[in-house]
Structure formats: C-alpha cells, structure tokens
Unconditional design. Structure first.
Length: 450
C-alpha cells in the first residue's frame, strides 16, 4: 500500500512507553477470568440472536435500516437510481442516503432473496463489529490485559454497537475501517491511515474530518492518500453507478443531511443546538438561519480544537491513541447528524482512555477517566433504557405540555457527555505532563506492534 513509507513508523511517533505499571499476576488472572466468563455469555446470546434465530426465521430485529440498502440494491438491479426511494419529508428521513460508493457496496445484495440478503448482511456487520472491537482493544490496551476478550465484549455489549445488529445499519463496516486506521495511526503508518480513512469517507462522509488531524500532523503523504482514495472511489462510483445518482446525491441528498435536525436520536452538537431552539424535532421545519449558523460555527470550532490539540512532535503511543480518539469524538460531534448508533465509534476513545490510564495510573488520568465513564454510562446504559421506553406517540404527547423544552434538553445528555469527553481529550493533549521518550524504551505492546 504505497511502498516503504506505508510500513515504517513516521517521524514523531514514539512506539514505546516506559509508563506501563505492572499488574500483579493474581489480579490479572482474576480479571481475565471474569472477562472471559462475561464475554462467553455475551457470545452465546449473540450467537442465538444473530446466527441461530435468523436461520430459523425467529430473528426479532426490525431491520428497517437494512431495507433502505436492499431497496437501493433492487433499484440498481432494475436499472434505476439507489436514491429513488429517498424521502426527506420526515426528520429521520427514509431511503438510501449514503454516497454513491456505498451504493456500489450494497449492490450485490440485489442478487439475493430477501431472507438470504438479510442473513448475509447481519453476519457481515456482526463480523465487522467484532473484528473492529478486537483491533481497537489490542491497539489501545497493554499486552498483559485480556484485550481480545474485551474487544469482543465491547462489540457485543456496548448498546450503540448492538443497536446496529438489530436494525441492520452499516456503521460496523465503517467502524472496522476506523479501527484499522486507528491501529495504523498509532504506529505512524500514514499512507495506510490515509487510504483507510478515504474508504471510510466514501461510505459515510463524516470521516473527512480526520483530514484535519493528518494535515496538522504534517502527514502530507497520508493526506494525499486520503484525498486520492476519495477521488478514486468517486470515480469508480461514477463509472459503475452513473452520473445521475451522483448528481442526485450532491444536489438533493447531501443538503438534507446537513440541515438542522433536532430529533432525540441526533446526538451531534448541531442536534443539541436544534433542540435548544426546538427546531425540527418532530417534523421538518424551515431551517432557522440562527440555528444553522450556530451549528456550523460549533462544528467548525470542534474541528479547530481537534487540529489545535494535534501536533507533529513526538508522543508516546498511548498519547497518540488519545489523539486519534479525540479526532473520532470531534468527527461525531461535528457531524450534521450523528444518530445514536453512530456512537459505536465511541469505543475508540473509550479504549484509548483506558489504555492511557492503565499506563499512567487511574489517578494521574482521573479527569479523562471520569469523562470516559460518564460517556460510557450515558450511551451504554442511560440512553438505551430511555429509548426503550420512548415512542413517537409518547414524545408527541410530551410536546403538548410545559415539560417539552426541559425534556428536549435532557435528551441531549449523551451529547453533553461526549462533548465533555472531547474537551478533556483536548485539554489532556494540550497539557501533556509526560515528556516523549526514545523509541528504544519499549512499552507494553511495542514489541508486538511497533
């Protein structure tokens, strides 16, 4: 993948860390045993729900998002546009709303029957999520930790991640691309990072935000690789999907994706601002200029902070992981729409913070640990419990009462926690108390990954 430069650590990457604190073998054995038991239980439940039940016709997921992908595939198989069923008349929109390259990816589904397509897609996304969880955990955590087991557990048990399996969303595929890019970023393989992020942005536009990090790191070859990959995927889509669908996406779909949307599932900063103004929560409304400008300014500020906290000088590998984690958080917050299941990607910052805290000690990184714990609780526990009890009818009923505006602000709690995490990540990177050390001082996983 682009010669020798892709396989060497880039200048400014410190591959080892002298900070890792030893964990007693007894404690680690107990931790590993507990993790293995819990992971085994989660795996058995996942096998029943997502492997056995679909084969026997008892799968309980609505899988409604997958219907948009299958509809796009069926339309293309008949010579039509993947955006033929796109409808922006509701706040959540419907139909296929991804870039043309993503349409090319789902096109093979049109060759299968409905049930076979559903099973193949479910198993593909399940495999991608588990693989991404393992790659993320093994990149971020010390070698002595049960990283593989924790990665599998996170992919299966973290609520935004498991939400994708029940609803058939494409996020696990993007998560896998980001996870491998995360691993390459920590190792300083800039061309690999650029290519992977280019592919991720071809499936969902949001990863374009990572270009800020690459430029700030002065990874010119990585930045060029990302841009070239993006252009190449667009060219491939243009040839295979057609000019008409590409124009439809640019002129019709993309503007609707950037509009202010305050529906409670949207946990981007723009979504929180829209709820502050009660903008397009239950129905599409003419976009307020003030809300639109405020959303754009907030998104731009988040990306500026991400660039401000990134630097080309040497950093420990745990801190480089935190840098990519900050970029991931900024990407989610700066998106026009970041639905709840998009926060599957939050596993990258959660593992990165855990790895840094394991290296330096929980007390030394107490601010980061507190912010990460708040985000984990908000997205992994509070939000799924709340969403399970909310219905459109119930939310509509609340909209007719005096509790409506306070209720909307309460719905922004996950976004607030993610913003807090992002702010602390920026603070941590700008106030780095740990001097960079020579690469020969190998850290916990350097021998295996450097």
């Amino acid at each position: 993948m682009a010669g020798a430069g892709a396989g060497r650590a880039a200048p400014g990457i410190v591959t080892g860390s002298p900070l890792a604190r030893p964990v007693t073998s007894t404690r680690m054995r107990r931790l590993r045993l507990a993790v293995v038991v819990v992971t085994a239980i989660a795996a058995v439940l996942a096998l029943k729900s997502f492997v056995v039940d679909p084969l026997t016709g008892h799968f309980g997921g609505p899988f409604e998002d997958f219907q948009a992908y299958l509809g796009a595939a069926r339309s293309m198989a008949g010579g039509g546009s993947p955006y033929a069923r796109f409808n922006a008349s509701t706040v959540v929109m419907s139909g296929f709303d991804y870039p043309p390259f993503a349409a090319l990816m789902v096109r093979p589904l049109g060759l299968l029957g409905d049930r076979a397509a559903m099973v193949v897609w479910l198993w593909l996304t399940l495999a991608c999520a588990v693989a991404a969880g393992v790659v993320t955990a093994r990149t971020a955590l010390p070698r002595s930790w049960p990283a593989t087991e924790l990665g599998v557990l996170a992919a299966l048990a973290f609520a935004p991640s498991s939400y994708n399996f029940w609803h058939g969303q494409i996020n696990p595929i993007v998560f896998l691309l980001l996870a491998i890019a995360f691993s390459a970023y920590v190792r300083g393989r800039q061309v690999t990072v650029g290519v992977l992020l280019g592919f991720a942005a071809a499936v969902k536009i949001a990863p374009v935000a990572f270009l800020v990090l690459l430029l700030r790191r002065r990874w010119w070859r990585g930045s060029a690789a990302m841009v070239v990959t993006g252009l190449a995927t667009s060219a491939i889509a243009l040839v295979t999907v057609g000019v008409g669908p590409l124009l439809t996406f640019v002129t019709r779909v993309l503007p609707d994706l950037d509009r202010a949307t305050g529906w409670i599932f949207n946990q981007s900063i723009g979504g929180a601002i829209s709820r502050l103004a009660d903008q397009s929560v239950l129905r599409v409304q003419p976009t307020s200029a003030l809300v639109q400008v405020a959303g754009v300014i907030a998104a731009a500020f988040v990306l500026w902070l991400a660039g401000w906290a990134t630097r080309p000088t040497p950093r420990l590998r745990e801190e480089r992981a935190v840098e990519f984690a900050m970029g991931t958080t900024a990407m989610l917050l700066a998106s026009g729409i970041a639905w709840y299941p998009h926060f599957t990607y939050l596993l990258i910052p959660l593992f990165a913070v855990t790895g840094l805290a394991a290296a330096r000690g929980w007390r030394a990184e107490r601010r980061l640990v507190a912010a990460a714990a708040a985000a984990l609780i908000a997205f992994g526990l509070v939000a799924p419990v709340a969403l399970a009890g909310l219905t459109l009818q119930g939310v509509t009923a609340v909209s007719r009462t005096a509790a409506w505006w306070p209720f909307l602000q309460l719905c922004s709690l996950p976004c607030v926690c993610a913003t807090w995490l992002g702010a602390v990540l920026v603070w941590r990177l700008r106030h780095d108390p740990v001097p960079a050390t020579p690469p020969d001082q190998a850290g916990p996983r350097a021998a295996a990954t450097g």
